[in-house]
Design a protein around this ligand. Structure first.
Ligand SMILES: [Zn+2]
Length: 255
């Protein structure tokens, strides 16, 4: 049976999301920004929390773990490289590992850069990827603990997943990301369409995620650092993609 998901907002601009296996009743929270909105989503759906799958150690992704674990005795799965910084971890995972949520199965993809041990959970059977703060809709996370090259390699790994994969990310930054992206590629038609779509979604009180990899590949400048026209628009024609990516990321930091 296909996975069901429930998306909701947490803290200021974080997303929380539940993934549910209707066959077994298992339900995982992807990260736990804070307990209350997750409890509210569980109540609304009638689902029982069995697992928390953590993408990285930042407090706005882990602040709700202790309270949820206390109440639900759920399993907490976290990246091996960051387990010491994450509360109440039961199981650590790394590249190539598989994580089950009932009968659903996720591949662990290491996507360092934002933090040194950041991971993405890819539920290949359901074409869902939970990318935390690595890939955003029309953006990417700040490169805090890793190098620009590391982040570019991580984004390329995600870009290589099937194009119809739906991507859930950790924050609602889409409109600001689009505004920035249009400074790099003002004539990108897919980006223009996305700008109109996202503005309407926000005005209607809807979410701008999940996005799809096909859409991101066409409009997200951070996934397009190796597209010659993108390099040219930055005055970096013929330069290595890592350098182009770094320039885009640095411009976004100052935007
Ligand atoms: Zn973060």
């Amino acid at each position: 049976m296909p996975a069901e998901t429930k998306l909701f907002r947490c803290l200021n601009d974080n997303y929380g999301v539940l993934i549910h296996d209707p066959a077994t009743g298992a339900t995982a929270a992807i990260d736990a920004p804070e307990a209350a909105p997750i409890e509210a989503a569980l109540k609304q759906t009638g689902w029982k929390l069995t697992d928390i799958l953590v993408t990285h150690h930042h407090g706005d992704h882990t602040g709700g773990i202790a309270a949820l674990k206390q109440k639900h005795q759920c399993r907490v799965v976290a990246p091996k490289a960051e387990a010491a910084k994450i509360p109440r971890v039961d199981e650590t995972v790394r590249e190539g590992d598989k994580v089950s949520v009932g009968k659903l199965s996720a591949n662990v993809i290491e996507t360092p850069g934002h933090t040194a041990g950041h991971i993405t959970y890819w539920f290949h059977g359901d074409k869902l990827a939970f990318a935390g703060d690595t890939l955003f809709s029309i953006g990417c996370g700040r490169v805090i603990e890793g190098t620009m090259e590391m982040m570019w390699m991580s984004l390329k790994k995600l870009r290589d997943l099937p194009g119809d994969t739906k991507v859930y990310c950790g924050h609602e930054y889409t409109l600001a990301n689009i505004k920035f992206a249009q400074t790099i590629e003002p004539d990108n038609a897919v980006l223009k369409a996305r700008a109109a779509e996202a503005a309407k979604q926000i005005a209607d009180g809807q979410w701008t995620i999940p996005t799809t990899l096909d859409e991101e590949k066409a409009a997200n400048p951070f996934l397009r650092a190796d597209v010659p026209s993108v390099a040219a628009s930055l005055g970096l024609a013929g330069k290595p993609a890592t350098q182009v990516f770094a320039e885009i990321r640095e411009r976004k930091n100052k935007f």
